[in-house]
Design a protein around this ligand. Structure first.
Ligand SMILES: Cc1ncc(COP(=O)(O)O)c(C=O)c1O
Length: 152
């Protein structure tokens, strides 16, 4: 695994990450907003990065903290998947939803990528039924989520 240093502002250095790609690169991991620096990259720049880089190699965008962005819908890279980009967007219920330990999350990716992931994971058995039902209930509980965002 090749690690790319952050910028002086503790942000992901997307330019350096792109330059670090070589013939051995299988996947580029981007965490936005990033943990543990709590910094976010420019959304337009990340969109362009995903568009360009995903043509060469798969990009994984970890959006564990996306709900803490001022406008999560504008910040997500899910639009790139919808455009057919070779990217995996990962989400977790461990943060805003407060489910750390329940191990509930999901990915948004192209059908072929999902099939590959299913071949190396236990598929629907990865998440317990109580955790699944709790996640669905929390996802729909807009009042709780609004309060969680305000009290962060
Ligand atoms: C950036 C980031 N991604 C993913 C996770 C994992 O979340 P989960 O609890 O769903 O494994 C964490 C949890 O700390 C995290 O900080």
């Amino acid at each position: 695994m090749e690690k790319v240093p952050l910028t002086a502002e503790y942000k992901l250095d997307l330019d350096a990450m792109e330059k670090a790609i070589d013939a051995n690169t299988k996947l580029v991991y981007v965490c936005n907003p990033n943990n543990p620096t709590a910094t976010a990259v420019d959304i337009a720049k990340l969109q362009a990065f995903c568009d360009r880089v995903s043509k060469k190699v798969m990009v994984m965008v970890d959006e564990a903290y996306i709900d803490y962005m001022p406008d999560p819908a504008a910040a997500t890279m899910i639009g790139g998947v919808k455009k057919g980009q070779n990217i995996i967007v990962a989400r977790t219920f461990s943060k805003l939803y407060g489910f750390a330990g329940l191990r509930v999350g999901y990915v948004v990716a192209l059908p072929d990528t999902i099939k590959k992931l299913e071949s190396v994971t236990p598929g629907p058995f990865s998440i317990s039924a109580p955790a699944t039902h709790a996640a669905i209930a929390a996802y729909q509980d807009k009042e709780f989520l609004g309060g969680a965002r305000e009290n962060q």
